[in-house]
Design a protein around this ligand. Structure first.
Ligand SMILES: [Fe+2]
Length: 311
């Protein structure tokens, strides 16, 4: 059985000064995104780069016990396309050791209004420095579409670039305030990952939803200095453009769940049931549902009561 040691969740005086203030929390509630202060030192970011290079070279602390059906798992033989690798917080202790910095969870807890934050997923991403590479373009979507099996609508994602990240590099671009939109035209194809979906169709979905809400589409490219990160709400539309810089764009998409999140059965119109990759990996709750609090795959990142001793 896998166990995690009791962790303590405390912040230094300097870290407390890096938390979002009340105005920041109100901004996030209104706009659906937030650009953090400098949460990682330059040295920590450089260690993320080094750990990611070791990961790409094949180093693993452990591997997944089974391969889930829709796993993002770039390997060198896939060539110079956009790289996506899920579960790096599970497979790489060096990456996990940096990503599980309590301060990140504390920031997320403030924004989400949650007492506890757990990891939901971590995806290591690299956009090669190939300006015309079609796979570098991430079309408009919001993350909750992939998380239909989650009860929470407060989940959020930290986008953590490993360097200064701007429009030239194809930084994350959010649609301001779109987390407050009512959704129209939803169909089951929305639960599919954007890589499996038609890109023109996703542009159409965004335009239709903006019109349905009687609002303009205001796209905000997030210019993120090294060590800073952005947070976006799970209902905020976002995407990203080509990498026109001479350097690879390196980042982690760190998907986070509030403590109350649980698995729910979500039926699709064809009679099938939505699934997330966790569902074949995590332990089961007494009633048989997948446990999205399994500490092996969904460790606690932050707890307001100062400690977490799950498992
Ligand atoms: Fe996303």
């Amino acid at each position: 059985m896998t166990t995690t040691p009791t962790r303590s969740f405390t912040l230094t005086e300097q870290e407390l000064a890096l938390l979002p203030d009340d105005d920041d929390v109100a901004f996030y509630a209104e706009h659906g995104w937030y650009l953090s202060k400098k949460l990682f030192t330059d040295q920590e970011v450089d260690r993320l780069v080094a750990a990611s290079e070791d990961y790409y070279a094949g180093e693993r602390s452990r591997t997944l016990p089974v391969r889930p059906p829709r796993l993002a798992a770039w390997q060198p033989s896939d060539g110079p396309v956009q790289r996506h690798n899920d579960y790096v917080h599970y497979e790489s202790d060096p990456l996990a050791g940096l990503l599980r910095k309590p301060l990140i969870g504390a920031v997320a807890a403030r924004l989400a209004g949650a007492a506890e934050i757990r990891v939901f997923q971590s995806t290591l991403i690299l956009k090669p420095a190939v300006s015309g590479e079609p796979s570098n373009i991430v079309p408009w979507h919001f993350d909750k579409h992939y998380w239909s099996t989650c009860t929470s609508e407060r989940m959020l994602t930290a986008f953590i670039p490993f360097h200064d990240c701007d429009e030239e590099m194809g930084t994350l671009t959010v649609v301001d305030g779109s987390h407050l939109w009512k959704e129209t035209g939803r169909d089951d194809s929305m639960t599919k990952h954007f890589a499996e979906r038609d890109k023109a169709d996703l542009e159409r979905v965004l335009a239709e939803n903006a019109a349905y809400n009687g609002t303009e589409i205001r796209k905000v490219p997030l210019v993120i200095p090294k060590g800073h990160m952005s947070f976006h709400h799970c209902l905020t539309y976002h995407g990203s453009g080509p990498n026109r810089s001479p350097r690879p764009r390196r980042a982690v998409s760190f998907h986070l769940q509030d403590g109350g999140n649980e698995y729910r059965r979500f039926e699709l119109s064809d009679g099938g049931v939505a699934a997330y990759n966790h569902d074949v990996l995590v332990r089961r709750l007494p009633d048989g549902r997948p446990d999205y609090a399994d500490p092996a795959f969904c460790p606690v990142l932050w707890s307001a009561d100062g400690s977490a001793d799950h498992g």
